[in-house]
Design a protein around this ligand. Structure first.
Ligand code: GLN
Length: 190
């Protein structure tokens, strides 16, 4: 069955996810209102600025609809999207969606000037090929709740976590032609 993936497009780096999904032959929709979630089988919350994204989610009345969506459909959060998926954030200007049990630490891997790339090993595949990960003012994670899986680490700390059908990443997988992260997430759909 063909899937339609929503990409939350209130703010931030949503466009390149369209390209990653189309490379995999997957149709996507940019989501700016609650009703647009109806046709979607899964949702990507992209990178951006979590304080602004949090504000826009509240202003557009999407806070509860997004939480409800996550109760039955898979969500992937990237960078600011990861922060939005947390249960708590070290910045009270962000009201997270509490999709996964962990605490997000904003800008843990440095501010814009400290953006960097690193080759990381993916724990969820036997494929030894490292992934070239782009970190842009990337969040860290701490206080991982029971049942959270560590899917990749950098510097001995988790940078990709997952539970049930959800994944959250500190780095931006849409900035490379490597589609293994999107593919892994899509493989969790029933
Ligand atoms: N530092 C940003 C924030 O706190 C996230 C950066 C990103 O999404 N690339 O929201």
């Amino acid at each position: 069955m063909s899937k339609i993936i929503g990409i939350l497009a209130l703010q931030g780096a949503y466009q390149k996810h369209v390209d990653s999904l189309s490379r995999l032959g997957i149709e996507s929709r940019l989501i700016r209102k609650t009703a647009e979630l109806d046709d979607c089988d899964g949702l990507i919350i992209p990178g951006g600025e979590s304080t602004t994204m949090s504000l826009l989610i509240n202003q557009s009345g999407m806070y509860e609809p997004l939480q409800q969506f996550s109760q039955s459909k898979p969500v992937m959060g990237v960078c600011a999207g990861m922060i939005m998926m947390a249960s708590s954030v070290d910045d009270e200007r962000v009201t997270p969606l509490r999709i996964l049990p962990f605490k997000a630490l904003r800008n843990h891997y440095g501010r814009q000037v400290n953006s960097f790339t690193a080759d990381i090993r993916l724990n969820f595949t036997d494929d030894e090929e490292p992934l070239h990960a782009h970190f842009i003012r990337a969040p860290g994670v701490t206080d991982l709740g029971a049942g959270i899986e560590e899917l990749a680490q950098y510097d001995h700390s988790p940078i990709m976590i997952g539970m049930n059908k959800h994944i959250a990443l500190s780095f931006h997988p849409e900035l490379t032609a490597d589609t293994r992260i999107h593919q892994y997430w899509l493989s969790k759909f029933s």
